[in-house]
Design a protein around this ligand. Structure first.
Ligand SMILES: Cc1cc2nc3c(=O)[nH]c(=O)nc-3n(C[C@H](O)[C@H](O)[C@H](O)COP(=O)(O)O)c2cc1C
Length: 171
């Protein structure tokens, strides 16, 4: 399966990056093709709601920023993994911009499955992110492969790695 991981923490050696990296290793070991993009280090602006994409842009976005690198990857992805830290009870701003810029595509054409990796300090802070994730996944009509969360005492642990391995086995 062709898997695209969007990693939305600015901290290169942080907990979300670790989860995304473990996911990538396990998925590659299982024979999948994986592309991991650190979207927090890309220049990706928010959607301007100009509707160019749904008019004369014919599905293309008028904003020529780093999102242009992601569009071909999204078009080929059969599984999309969102990996984000929780900032104020939802996914980080850095991952919201690329998610919302998928507006021009309606739905990534080959997508069949999605998965979610979340990192936080506290327990019980995931409802906002889960609502968004499940909303998008059901709007696109793709299968939910699963969600792994890691609060402070679950970060970079063998138990979390095992949950990620289980998740990869569902792709
Ligand atoms: C701006 C900001 C907002 C945060 N808001 C929350 C929050 O609402 N709930 C929570 O449990 N942790 C919150 N955190 C903590 C991070 O989610 C947590 O440290 C996470 O593991 C960071 O992931 P990272 O290491 O991948 O960057 C916040 C951190 C930052 C920087």
């Amino acid at each position: 399966m062709n898997i695209l991981i969007l990693q939305g923490s600015p901290r290169a050696n942080g907990n979300t990056a670790w989860m995304a990296g473990e996911f990538r290793k396990a998925a590659e070991t299982a024979g999948h093709k994986v592309t991991l993009v650190d979207v927090a280090h890309k220049k990706i602006a928010g959607c301007m709601a100009c509707e160019y994409c749904h008019g004369k842009g014919n599905g293309t976005c008028v904003q020529k920023d780093d999102m242009q690198e992601l569009y071909p990857l999204l078009a080929e992805a059969e599984a999309l993994v969102l990996a984000a830290p929780i900032y104020y009870f939802t996914m980080s701003a850095q991952i919201q911009a690329p998610i919302q810029r998928i507006y021009n595509m309606q739905k990534p054409g080959k997508l069949k499955k999605m998965a979610l990796l979340l990192s936080s300090y506290s327990p019980g802070v995931y409802d906002g992110a889960l609502g968004e994730y499940h909303g998008i996944q059901s709007y696109w009509g793709v299968e939910d492969a699963g969600v792994v969360t890691a609060k402070i005492d679950e970060q970079k642990t063998d138990a979390t790695r095992d949950k990620i391995l289980q998740l990869v086995s569902r792709l």
